[in-house]
Design a protein around this ligand. Structure first.
Ligand SMILES: Nc1ncnc2c1ncn2[C@@H]1O[C@H](COP(=O)(O)OP(=O)(O)OP(=O)(O)O)[C@@H](O)[C@H]1O
Ligand SMILES: [Mg+2]
Length: 300
């Protein structure tokens, strides 16, 4: 492995923006004031007809009078990694948070439209939000382990749900940490503070904590932006390992990351979903010049 944490094979598949030889000659900026049109619906990949897991239908999200999400309809498929990209402030986190109703925690935020998870509209009154957040877990930009032991971080969620014997919690801890690729590094210090781990280990611990309550969907909001390249590499490998069992939706500003790990990519601009397609298409043959400009690093 190189110092960057990436092998030559992984470096080979980076998108055009990393290769100055393929930069477009024109430096004219596209017209960002044009009305937005979704050019490609998110249909299942031909090679892998996964089932629909989450759909937003004409979703509008407001902070007070400000409309942060302007009528987004988007289909997300099970056992895929879906990347949400776009310039700062375009609504990626707001959209992501709608999938487990985290925007409810923000005063003044309200929304219209639907967010269907397994066909059920989770925005309806009467949704069990605690159960929803078990099913739709979230990993944040800054690793946020609780100030307690590694062991207690993992069993915190499961213990809230049910009484568990010591044998059962031991089993959950080992299974979750193994799945998150952290077991070998921490198995001898499970009673030590989680805050004593490195940033990358803390983020894998947060993923293990999320997995411990057996979610089906994992939302990740820039999970690697506070990590170095080696730790980032570990998390990316982990995401690819996990997608056989989970549906993963990741917000990232890192174009290499989106192109390396995701099956499908949505490009957000000014609260709208400008283009959504298979990741290879978004990076190699985007239909909108604004997507093209963004993925080549010409703005944002
Ligand atoms: N709690 C809030 N109160 C008011 N406005 C907010 C709040 N959170 C976000 N916004 C506004 O909503 C818009 C979308 O913000 P959001 O955080 O979803 O963007 P983002 O694409 O995730 O940006 P970044 O890439 O910088 O994280 C922005 O204009 C932002 O200022
Ligand atoms: Mg954000």
């Amino acid at each position: 492995m190189k110092e960057t944490g990436y092998s030559a094979t992984e470096m080979r598949d980076i998108p055009p923006m990393a290769d100055s030889g393929t930069q477009p000659e024109s430096t004219t900026m596209p017209d960002f004031t044009k009305p937005v049109q979704v050019t490609t619906a998110g249909r299942p990949l031909e090679s892998d007809l996964n089932t629909l897991k989450v759909s937003s239908v004409d979703l509008h999200i407001y902070y007070g009078d400000f409309e942060a999400i302007k009528g987004i309809s988007m289909d997300i498929y099970a056992n895929e990694i879906t990347a949400l990209i776009g310039p700062s402030g375009c609504g990626k986190s707001t959209f992501l948070r709608s999938m487990n109703r985290m925007n409810d925690e923000i005063e003044g935020s309200h929304c219209t439209g639907q967010v269907l998870v397994d066909g059920v509209d989770i925005l309806q009154r009467g949704t069990d939000v605690v159960e929803l957040r078990r099913k739709v877990g979230m990993v944040f930009q800054q690793p946020n382990p609780f100030p307690m032991s590694i062991y207690d971080n993992i069993v915190y969620g499961p213990r809230l749900r049910e009484r568990l014997s010591r044998g059962e919690t031991d089993e959950i801890v080992e299974r979750s940490l193994t799945r998150a690729g952290l077991w070998d590094e921490v198995k001898d210090k499970l009673r030590g503070s989680a805050l004593g781990l490195s940033g990358g280990q803390q983020q894998r611990l947060c993923i293990a904590r999320c997995i411990a309550v057996e979610p089906e969907i994992i939302l990740m909001d820039e999970p690697c932006s506070a990590l170095d390249p080696t730790a980032t590499f570990h998390i990316e490998q982990l995401m690819m390992d996990l997608k056989d069992q989970y549906t993963i939706i990741i917000v990232t500003h890192n174009m290499y990351q989106a192109s390396r790990v995701s099956d499908r990519t949505g490009f957000f601009l000014l609260g709208e979903l400008l283009e959504y397609a298979e990741t290879t298409q978004i990076f190699e043959d985007p239909q909108d010049e604004r997507t093209d400009a963004y993925v080549r690093g010409r703005f944002g």
